[in-house]
Design a protein. Structure first.
Length: 149
C-alpha cells in the first residue's frame, strides 16, 4: 500500500467509528457472539494498540532501529478489555477516534521516502509501510466482527 492508501484506510476507520455511534450502550457492550468480545471491548483493543503504536513504535521507526518485541498479546488484550468495562461505549469510541487521529497526523508528517526504510521489532524486519499495511489488516479483521446488521 502506498502512503495515500494507508491514510485513506485510517480515514475509513474513523468513519467506521462514527457509524458505531448508532449502537446503543446495550448493543455496544453485548458480545458479537457467545464467548467473544463486545464492540466496546473490540474498539478498546484497537485503541490501545493505537496508543501503544503512538508511544512505543512511531517515535522509534527509524532506519536500522531495533525496537523491543511486542508485549505479551494475551495480557495486553486482557487489560484493554478490562479498560472497556471501566467506561461507556461512547467514551471508548471517542478515545479510539482520538488515538487514530493522532496516528494519522504523525503519518502525514513522514515523507514517503522514509516509509521503506528498514527497522526491526525483535528479529522481524519491517518498514513503516509494512507495519501499517499489517495494521490495516488487523483493523479489517475486527471491523468484520462488528459488522452492523
Amino acid at each position: 500500500m502506498n502512503k495515500e492508501d494507508i491514510l485513506k484506510a485510517h480515514v475509513a476507520y474513523v468513519n467506521w467509528l462514527d457509524e458505531l455511534t448508532n449502537l446503543n450502550e446495550i448493543k455496544g457492550n453485548t458480545p458479537y457472539k457467545e464467548g467473544k468480545w463486545s464492540p466496546n471491548e473490540i474498539v478498546m483493543h484497537l485503541a490501545e494498540w493505537d496508543r501503544f503504536t503512538l508511544e512505543e513504535r512511531m517515535p522509534y521507526m527509524k532506519e536500522g532501529a531495533k525496537l523491543e518485541t511486542f508485549p505479551n498479546f494475551e495480557d495486553f488484550n486482557a487489560k484493554a478489555a478490562a479498560r472497556a468495562h471501566e467506561q461507556t461505549f461512547t467514551e471508548t469510541l471517542a478515545y479510539a477516534k482520538t488515538q487514530r487521529q493522532a496516528i494519522m497526523e504523525q503519518l502525514e508528517q513522514i515523507a514517503e521516502i522514509e516509509w521503506d526504510k528498514i527497522f526491526y521489532i525483535g528479529n522481524h524486519e519491517l518498514t513503516i509501510r509494512s507495519y501499517f499495511t499489517d495494521f490495516m489488516e488487523h483493523d479489517l479483521h475486527h471491523k468484520n466482527q462488528i459488522a452492523l446488521k
